[in-house]
Design a binder for this molecule. Structure first.
Ligand SMILES: Nc1nc2c(ncn2[C@@H]2O[C@H](COP(=O)(O)OP(=O)(O)OP(=O)(O)O)[C@@H](O)[C@H]2O)c(=O)[nH]1
Ligand SMILES: [Mg+2]
Length: 522
């Protein structure tokens, strides 16, 4: 049917995901990397599939060494991630296995713990000696106690600690759970622009799709056994107008030692109800702001385990749907497509309706999964897929930490800069509208299966000349699509001003959204 989405070979630099699980039902759940310049999933839908009218952010391909230092006044330097990492630095010190090793050594001396039983002066001296000894070990000078093994452990531990934020650490202890045991759903907040939702330390599932397709309804149905908040369902499109984060809370006693103090329930899973694209009757500003928030969330959220893309059972997928699906692939969001409102189909219509969607979107067998937010059809299957994806996400995270990668297993397109100046600020949700292609490496595999996630329209070999104008951004050589690896587009002053103005405008919207949430309008 002609929709073949594959970037030009000249710019195809992919990194094969290391944790490809060959089992058939999880092949849609892998993160895929694509270096293609970003165009916004939602922006594309708004501007049409040709992308020309879409809001796109220019890609920069600055070399690291040329990176200009961000000016402290202009950009927020103490990002949430900073705070997290310095926080975790402190807790790590306490719980560091090395500390334990050293502590053990001290304890095993016959005189017992020195600075508790000694006089103050001796104790002080002892502390000084201990400091010197630790410093020697740190520098690798003292290998006497365990023949250098400690040295290796130290390196391992510090590498791992550096990588692990508090929320990553919590996430590694995530366990599959029985959805029936969920206690309640808690609305954490609605987020716009670059405000990142807080990290709950659990994997998250995001619902996305056209306005009015039934995202909020499906979310509510999935957690209908749990009490608490519910997502707002609207008769008119545009009911959800920010990135809304919900925590599914479990019984504290079931969570054992992980229960929060005071018997508070512990999050088991995060749900994100994204604003619908397409028909939202929102003001232009809000719309842009919403799109930016959604796009940022999808592009780099470490917790994101699965995107659930909803399409209406009764509709023939249109170019907007395809564009969004393709953009999600580009961002490497693990995906399941579900067809909603299945209760509105007659039994005789089901087969052909599903085939229409499957063909229209080029989906692999078994998709879309037919669901209903009214009857709850197939919600059990969806739960299984969600939990599989969460497990996979945690596995990826673990692997990335073991391998010393600092991407946390998020092999997605980076929307922001990495922390390449070593200041602990990776630019996540930073005030800088800049994209850097951080994905190095090549996609070497002949078998495109891992990349395609089984979607034939992406895997097709003859992609380059068949894609028509679907992704043809460079007709007018506007630099959005880079043919030449050495091409280094720069912002003009005018563009910089526009970007700054835009981001200021977007920022000013947050209070309005907060107020809307307060009034229960979102
Ligand atoms: N019959 C039927 N109606 C549904 C189903 N899911 C949602 N609806 C209806 O469709 C309308 C929109 O549902 P929402 O859940 O608000 O849709 P949404 O995708 O969250 O919409 P936005 O927040 O505007 O993006 C409501 O009137 C729902 O009652 C379903 O499975 N079956
Ligand atoms: Mg909604």
């Amino acid at each position: 049917f002609g929709y073949v989405v594959k970037p030009r070979q000249t710019t195809l630099r992919r990194q094969r995901h290391k944790t490809v699980d060959p089992s058939p039902h999880t092949h849609t759940l892998h993160s895929i990397t694509s270096p293609r310049p970003l165009f916004t999933a939602l922006g594309m839908a708004r501007g049409g599939v040709h992308g020309k009218k879409s809001r796109m952010i220019k890609t920069t391909k600055k070399k690291r060494k040329n990176k200009k230092p961000s000016s402290p006044g202009k950009h927020r330097k103490t990002s949430k991630r900073d705070a997290q990492s310095s926080d975790s630095g402190q807790t790590q010190k306490k719980s560091s296995p090395i500390g334990k090793v050293l502590g053990d050594t001290v304890k095993s001396k016959p005189s017992g713990p020195p600075w508790q039983v000694m006089g103050q002066r001796d104790a002080k001296k002892n502390v000084e000696l201990e400091k010197v000894r630790r410093e020697r070990i740190r520098k690798g000078l003292d290998k006497s106690s365990d023949g250098g093994n400690k040295e290796r452990i130290r390196a391992d531990v510090s590498a791992a600690n550096r990588l692990m934020s508090e929320s990553d650490r919590i996430m590694l202890s995530w366990k599959r759970f029985n959805p029936q045991s969920a206690l309640s759903l808690k609305f954490i907040g609605g987020f716009l622009d670059k405000r990142a939702p807080p990290s709950l330390g659990v994997p998250e599932v995001a619902f996305l799709g056209r306005s009015n397709v039934g995202k909020s309804s499906l979310l509510n149905k999935l957690v209908s056994k749990a009490g608490g908040d519910s997502a707002r369902v609207g008769k008119t499109p545009g009911a959800t107008a920010s990135v809304n984060l919900y925590a599914l809370l479990g019984q504290p006693k079931r969570m054992g030692k992980n229960a929060l103090p005071g018997g508070e329930a512990k999050p088991m899973l995060g749900f994100v109800d994204l604003p619908g694209f397409g028909y939202a009757k929102l003001s232009k500003d809000t719309k842009e702001s919403v799109e930016l928030a959604a796009e940022r969330y999808l592009g780099k959220r470490r917790e994101l385990a699965l995107g659930v893309l909803l399409v209406d059972s009764r509709r023939v997928p249109n170019p907007d749907d395809r564009a969004v699906l393709a953009a999600l692939f580009d961002m490497g969001v693990p995906l399941i497509v579900v067809a909603t409102k299945s209760d509105k189909l007659k039994a005789s219509e089901i087969e052909s309706a599903m085939a229409t969607i499957r063909d229209g979107l080029g989906l692999p067998d078994g998709q879309p999964l037919r669901v209903s937010g009214v009857t709850g059809e197939n919600t059990k299957d969806l739960w299984r897929i969600i939990l599989d994806a969460c497990e996979q996400r945690v596995k990826e995270l673990k692997l990335s930490i073991q391998e010393g990668r600092d991407d946390g297993g998020v092999m997605r397109m980076s929307l922001e800069e990495e922390d390449d100046d070593g200041d602990g600020d990776d630019g996540f949700y930073d005030d800088e509208l800049e994209i850097e292609d951080v994905n190095e490496g090549t996609f070497e595999d002949d078998d495109d299966y891992a990349y395609s996630q089984g979607y034939d329209w992406i895997a097709a070999d003859n992609a380059s000349d068949q894609d028509g104008d679907f992704y043809d951004f460079d007709d007018d050589d506007d630099g959005y699509y880079i043919d030449d690896d050495n091409y280094e587009p720069e912002y003009t002053n005018e563009e910089k001003q526009r970007i700054e103005k835009e981001s200021f405008k977007l920022k000013s919207l947050q209070p309005r959204v907060d107020a809307m949430i307060e009034r229960g309008e979102i």
